[in-house]
Ligand binder design. Structure first.
Ligand SMILES: [Zn+2]
Length: 609
């Protein structure tokens, strides 16, 4: 799904780019649309690249910046993100610096810029739009403006930043310098706006697909979150994030999982806006540096960190929207290794979300309702989850993906309309005030003092659900709540919703997804399947020794281990056992700088085993 002219791989600049790609990053080929974007930049053409997280966006400006004379100015909205990228760039031997309020080497950076001693200069939009910054740039040689998180320039985007609107005069002052705008999420409307706001040509749009094939999506009813998440932790040894909807929920889960869910002795820490800033910062940097830590967090966590080796993202409750779900799960598996996304949902999530709708302003109501319906369709579907996600973003994916729970274990759906009618009718006849447990009791004919007093035992619905049908009541009530045929009262009772009427009149249908038998479900687990962490040959003495060396080098350099080498590089080294530098250089991810800095140390470890 690209609209730009394909760059001819035989073009001189692109084959030159391949050489630089190998020397700097240690890769022998581009991924996805990277070559198209790099080709345009090297040809001096302005571009908007929409690439999903993990597709290697930053490489598309870092590589041209290394190849061209002068400096690339990178506009980025978050200091943490800038410093993260700076660290990785520097580790690859790229000359990079940031000009932010927290950088103490600003005078030195300015001098390096003037001397042409920088490939990359990172700045925030507020600084970039100041006039003295424009003057500074006119004293230097600028080869490219890279505008990261470019959706911030659009009021249509989900994260509008007014400072981005002030960038245009800066860009216009250097008309011959190409512009590269980058974003991971922008719908068609936002893309048009970005092109216009940043003065980019309409034919400069390159859109990579939204698919993240290495992420396995699994969505389950939340019947016992403690057990479900403990099991997830047992199956997924790598670093992971668990999102909980509230601060209190974060604290509770972090504590209970920290106490009971430590099968590998791993650390479980909380992260939310209510924690003191120093605790928050310490927990975040512990997570970034860790190879197996679990962070329990509100959705505020994850913005501005670029940890590539997150092996799972779990949601302990319903996300706010499909966009939010895609963005949050997208923090898993950025290194391209397999990763899992697990969502645990309950009917009460939908009930609460509907209650919140009553507080929404009239003008936003329709949009919010559509958002909730789309989420309902995602969690309830018996078909491919990925297909639903991709269609939501305007793509036309295949019917099955082979890497989501429904594709791997296709559920059977069956008609439960009759049971649904019995439930709705029991709710209606008992006066729309009793909770699910009581309604189930009436339907299955459980006599109690309460039902006797209320006279419910003489109702025609009393005891009309018998035998195996009783097991359907809970899932039917859950499905009715999702579809808005049932709602909860403020006291927790059930009442009829607008979708009840067609079902009661026999005009609607309620199909249920058959749950696999209990035993099978337990064995299959919350996640089903192995991730990159499981691919790591943990226990292989050579692999463990390579990891230990990586930890030592990382500590010495004050960077997270993945900045030294990704897991995939260590796996390759352990499998291929390179005997010398040239063999080591053949492994993807080993560029010239890293070969010089770490090659001998890793080769020495290989020789010992
Ligand atoms: Zn699928």
């Amino acid at each position: 799904m690209t609209t730009a002219t394909q760059a001819d791989p035989n073009d001189a600049p692109v084959s030159r780019a391949l050489g630089a790609l190998h020397a700097t990053f240690g890769f022998s080929a581009f991924r996805g649309v990277q070559d198209q974007v790099v080709g345009r930049v090297l040809a001096g053409q302005s571009t908007l690249a929409v690439m999903p997280t993990g597709a290697g966006k930053s490489l598309t400006y870092q590589l041209p910046a290394v190849m061209m004379q002068g400096t690339c100015v990178v506009v980025s909205p978050l200091i943490a993100l800038m410093h993260d990228q700076l660290r990785s760039a520097t580790a690859n031997g790229i000359r990079a610096a940031a000009l932010t309020s927290v950088d103490t080497d600003r005078a030195q950076t300015v001098a390096r810029l003037r001397d042409g001693d920088l490939d990359l200069l990172y700045v925030a939009p507020e600084r970039a739009s100041q006039s003295h910054f424009r003057e500074l740039l006119s004293e230097a040689r600028i080869n490219l403006f890279a505008i990261d998180e470019a959706h911030c320039v659009s009021e249509w985007g989900h994260d509008f930043r007014p400072d981005y609107r002030l960038l245009r005069p800066l860009l216009d002052q250097f008309p011959s310098v190409p512009r590269l705008a980058l974003t991971a999420t922008a719908d068609a409307h936002t893309r048009d706006d970005i092109l216009q706001q940043l003065g980019l040509p309409a034919n400069g749009l390159i859109v990579a697909g939204f698919d993240r094939p290495n992420i396995r999506y699994t969505i389950q009813p939340r019947d016992n979150p403690q057990r479900q998440l403990t099991q997830l932790l047992a199956e997924q040894p790598g670093p992971g994030i668990i999102y909980a909807p509230t601060r209190a929920g974060v604290e509770r889960l972090a504590q209970s999982l920290g106490a009971s869910g430590r099968p590998n002795g791993r650390t479980v820490l909380p992260y939310h806006a209510g924690l003191p800033p120093d605790v928050r910062a310490a927990n975040q940097s512990a997570f970034v540096a860790s190879e197996d830590m679990v962070m329990v967090a509100t959705v505020a966590f994850g913005m501005g960190i670029d940890k590539p080796d997150v092996r799972f993202v779990a949601h302990a409750g319903l996300p706010k929207s499909i966009e939010g779900y895609y963005q949050e799960t997208g923090r898993a598996g950025r290194d391209g290794d397999p990763a899992v996304a697990v969502l645990l949902w309950g009917a009460d999530d939908f009930a609460r979300a509907r209650q919140r709708l009553s507080e929404v302003e009239e003008s936003r109501l329709a949009g919010e309702r559509t958002r909730l319906t789309a989420l309902g369709a995602l969690v309830e579907t018996p078909t491919c989850r990925r297909a639903i996600l991709l269609r939501h973003f305007g793509e036309n994916p295949p019917e099955t993906c082979g890497n989501c729970d429904n594709c791997l274990n296709p559920p059977k759906s069956f008609d439960a309309s009759v049971t649904a009618q019995k439930v709705l009718s029991a709710v209606f006849r008992t006066g729309q005030q009793y909770g699910a447990g009581y309604v189930e009791g009436v339907l299955t004919g459980q006599s109690s003092e309460r039902s006797q007093k209320a006279g419910h035992e003489s109702l025609s619905v009393f005891g009309i659900v018998l035998g195996e049908e009783a097991a359907l009541l809970k899932p039917v009530i859950r499905a009715l709540l999702v579809q808005d045929a049932l709602r909860t009262t403020e006291h927790g009772g059930l009442m009829l919703g607008p979708a009840a009427r067609p079902l009661l009149k026999g005009e609607g249908e309620l199909s249920l997804i058959a749950q696999p038998p209990r035993e099978g479900r337990r064995r299959k687990g919350a996640s089903a399947g192995s991730t990159g962490a499981a691919l790591n040959p943990i226990g292989d003495p050579l692999f463990d020794a390579l990891r230990a060396l990586r930890r030592d080098l990382a500590k010495e350099a004050g960077v997270p281990p993945y900045v030294i080498f990704h897991d995939a590089v260590l796996r390759e080294i352990a499998a291929r056992r390179p005997s010398g530098r040239s063999e080591l250089a053949d492994i993807g991810g080993v560029g010239t700088k890293k070969l010089d800095a770490y090659g001998d140390a890793f080769l020495a470890v290989v020789r010992q085993y």
